[in-house]
Write a protein that binds this ligand. Structure first.
Ligand SMILES: Nc1c(C(=O)O)ncn1[C@@H]1O[C@H](COP(=O)(O)O)[C@@H](O)[C@H]1O
Length: 164
């Protein structure tokens, strides 16, 4: 059973990451979602990655704030794609999380998405684009979603546009 795994460093990340799981729900894509920290629960994190891989996890989404090492720790534990979502908050409001998520050494990639809600949603989209390589039905749904988005831009414009 193919699925995507979402791991958050803390329950305080859930409000934003619910946007990620909601996106999977919208597209009917299977996911798991847990809290585990590379800092606070290193053994749980390592054990979970192994179990999730055995169950069929195709990609991992790691969301963490501040000194965000979770995504990097997952990258060290598996060769499955890792998508990192830096969380806003803390004294540096996410700049720290963004840099610690994105600045991985060569050969240990973490595909880092935007801070905040857009990042949580894009993490799900990126994971679905990975799944869609071998899932034609999902690939079609993603293409249809682009058409809907493009139409929404036109509709929004029509509401306010001024053309000469
Ligand atoms: N960066 C990490 C890791 C980790 O990288 O393992 N574990 C928790 N955290 C982050 O610490 C922030 C504050 O956590 P608390 O709100 O629980 O104090 C959260 O954004 C979490 O992701």
């Amino acid at each position: 059973m193919n699925f995507v795994s979402i791991i958050m460093g803390s329950k305080s990340d859930y409000e934003i990451m619910k946007n990620c799981s909601d996106t999977f729900e919208k597209f009917n894509v299977k996911y798991e979602m847990i809290i585990s920290s590379a800092h606070r629960s290193p053994e749980r994190t390592k054990d979970y990655v192994k179990e999730a891989e055995e169950k069929g996890a195709v990609a991992f989404i790691a969301a963490a704030g501040m000194a965000a090492h979770l995504a990097g720790a997952l990258a060290a534990a598996t060769t499955k794609p890792i998508i990192g979502v830096p969380m806003k908050g803390g004294a540096m409001d996410g700049m720290d999380a963004m840099l610690s998520t994105v600045q991985m050494p060569a050969g240990m990639p973490v595909a880092t998405v935007a801070l905040g809600k857009a990042g949580a949603i894009n993490a799900a989209y990126l994971a679905m684009q990975i799944l869609a390589i071998s899932d034609k039905e999902l690939a079609i749904k993603l293409k249809e979603d682009r058409i809907v988005k493009a139409k929404a831009v036109e509709t929004d414009s029509k509401d306010i546009e001024v053309l000469l």
